[in-house]
Design a protein around this ligand. Structure first.
Ligand SMILES: Nc1ncnc2c1ncn2[C@@H]1O[C@H](COP(=O)(O)OP(=O)(O)OP(=O)(O)O)[C@@H](O)[C@H]1O
Ligand SMILES: [Mg+2]
Length: 591
């Protein structure tokens, strides 16, 4: 930039100096000529006057010497020519050898009575000459005599040459000074411009912290001020936009659903954290990537490519298999421009419906199970009553046996319905049950006698080994007892003849633990994860034969434990026995 300005300046200076030099040369030359001319003419008048007087007094006699005596300037030559053109006096040459001058233009004019000024090249002297001739009258015969003064122009040319040399020196010096000043000036102009260029570059890169420090009062100063102001404005708008963007992102991130915005080319414009979590994507930067990068299903892309008809919401569900099975519901909605004319992209909303679908499955399985469980005893009741009606009632013994069965089946139905009601009650009251102080040892003492006859019948011994330090817990006492009843019931039921059931209570690292252990038939390992499910029985045929329960007992235990904040685990070995362990949470205010 500075270089360009400097070069232009050099051109301008050179042209300026040349024009100035030429003009001054022409002016000086003409001025000098004028001065010389004036000097010659005024001298000529004086000489003419003197010569005229001399001739008047002495005629031509001694005129030559006289003329020499009045010559004031060395460089001026005086010549006197009579009316015939003969030279009668001359300050330079011997008049006897001089030729006739009547044809010299200035002499010719003077002899005709006119003054004239001529300049021409003299071969004798080899130089330009300036001549001025004027007529004077001879009073002898009244003829006209020409007095001519001449001067070599060599002097003038020399002076002009010297002048030109001086001019050249001045020109060179002036040019140097001008160049130095020009260099400083161009730097002064270029430096702020360079700064402005750099600053514009920084603004383009998004760096708004730099300020131009140019305080000049000229156009550049104003430009710098405008750029500073502009940079401030851009920064202000950008930070405004950023804040808006962040707010928007915060809003979209806090939405519980996964949200992905894509443009028409299916490139991601925005994806919130929930969507990343749902789809198991760790990448930080997804904007600009293809949607296929995050949603690989072909079906989804087909769905997205289909136009949404009349703005209706259509949704699809798809299953993610890796790293865990997830059912995701997806629906799309077009993103329209503000005036609603153009569609610029699509918003995809993702929802994890795995849990909902699982609950739905459990519920429908539950309904199927309940119907099945109800149907079995009812069918059996109906069957026996029919048999009774058809005549069996007449055989008293058979009739009593059948009625016993009908009674037992009816009881089973009642138990089943009780169990279902308990479960639904437990589900409805999660953590909302009235709390009371449950002295653990006492509560267990109240439960054991309930199994006295059942255990005796089977030859099973029930033992209690509860530490004195175990203390109490807070919760529903009835529920706690029901939990222990269900566990002892199982322990007795799945014990062999002469088996042993032990109920323990102890502190394990300050945690209160109750366990119910038997040395009965045990539970196969593969069934362990499922025994807490509703209606789940390990060996359905076995349970049936023993006129056992519905498979709701452990499910109720688990619900009660959960409602109390306790954790229940099971350890079992087939043929060796089973142990259920319940760990209660710390009570508030306890060590
Ligand atoms: N102590 C145990 N020893 C061996 N198997 C057990 C024991 N406790 C439970 N089971 C197995 O777990 C299954 C589920 O037990 P759960 O108490 O839920 O149902 P149930 O005893 O069959 O019926 P209900 O308790 O409703 O009368 C039982 O059918 C049984 O197979
Ligand atoms: Mg049971």
């Amino acid at each position: 930039m500075g270089k360009k300005i400097f070069i232009s300046l050099v051109y301008v200076l050179l042209i300026g100096f040349c024009i100035a030099g030429l003009l001054s040369y022409v002016t000086i030359k003409s001025t000098y000529y004028k001065v010389v001319e004036d000097k010659l003419i005024s001298n000529a008048y004086l000489v003419g006057e003197l010569v005229s007087k001399r001739i008047e007094a002495h005629g031509f006699d001694g005129l030559n010497d006289y003329v020499n005596s009045i010559k004031t300037y060395d460089e001026v030559r005086i010549t006197v020519i009579n009316s015939q053109g003969e030279v009668v006096a001359d300050t330079e040459e011997d008049i006897s050898v001089m030729d006739n001058h009547k044809d010299r233009p200035e002499v010719k004019k003077a002899l005709q009575g006119l003054e004239s000024l001529e300049s021409r090249y003299s071969n004798t002297i080899n130089a330009d000459y300036l001549y001025f001739a004027l007529p004077i009258k001879s009073n002898e015969d009244g003829s006209i005599i020409a007095v001519r003064l001449s001067m070599a122009l060599r002097e003038i040319n020399l002076i002009i040459k010297n002048y030109l040399f001086d001019l050249f020196i001045a020109f060179v010096m002036g040019l140097n000074v001008a160049l130095i000043i020009g260099f400083i000036l161009s730097k002064k102009i270029a430096t702020p411009l360079t700064k402005i260029t750099q600053m514009s570059g920084e603004i383009a890169k998004g760096n708004f912290d730099i300020k131009l420090n140019i305080k000049d009062d000229d156009e550049i100063g104003k430009l710098a001020y405008t750029i500073n102001h502009m940079s401030q404005q851009i920064q202000y708008y950008i930070s405004g936009l950023n804040t808006k963007n962040k707010e928007m992102e915060a809003i979209l991130s806090s939405v519980a659903s996964g949200i992905i915005a894509i443009n028409k080319e299916q490139k991601i414009l925005f994806i919130n954290e929930n969507a990343k979590k749902l789809l198991h994507i760790d990448d930080e930067e997804l904007a600009g990537k293809d949607l296929i990068y995050v949603l690989r299903s072909h079906r989804i892309h087909e769905y997205l490519n289909n136009e949404v008809m009349n703005g209706e919401y259509r949704e699809i569900e798809f299953t993610l298999n890796y790293p865990e099975e997830k059912i995701i519901r997806l629906y799309k909605n077009p993103i329209k421009e503000r005036d609603g004319s153009n569609t610029i992209g699509t918003i995809i909303v993702l929802q994890d419906v795995t849990h909902v679908r699982k609950l739905e499955r459990i519920r429908s399985e539950f309904v199927a199970n309940v119907s099945h469980e109800l149907k079995t005893p009812l069918t059996s009741i109906k069957g026996f009553i029919e048999t009774l009606k058809e005549g069996a009632i007449k055989d008293e013994e058979t009739a009593l046996r059948f009625l016993d069965i009908v009674y037992n089946e009816a009881e089973r139905l009642v138990e089943l319905i009780d169990g279902i009601l308990t479960l639904s009650e437990l589900e409805g009251k999660k953590g909302k049950e009235t709390k009371e102080r449950i002295e653990l040892s006492t509560a267990i003492d109240e439960v054991i006698p309930l199994f006295k006859s059942k255990a005796e019948n089977k030859g099973v011994t029930i033992m209690k080994d509860v530490s004195d330090k175990i203390g109490y817990i807070n919760g529903s006492k009835d529920r706690f007892k029901q939990m222990i009843i269900n566990l002892i019931d199982n322990a007795v039921k799945y014990s062999k003849e002469g088996g042993k059931v032990t109920i323990r209570g102890y502190l394990e690292n300050n945690t209160k633990v109750i366990s119910v252990e038997d040395n009965g038939i045990g539970i196969p390992e593969e069934d362990l994860p499922r025994i807490f499910e509703r209606f789940y029985r390990v060996d359905k045929s076995r349970s049936r034969n023993e006129r056992s329960g519905s498979g709701l007992g452990l499910s109720i235990v688990k619900h009660i434990a959960q409602n109390m904040g306790a954790e229940i685990t099971v350890e079992s070995k087939i043929g060796k026995g089973t142990k259920f362990i319940i760990r209660f949470p710390h009570e508030k205010g306890e060590p």
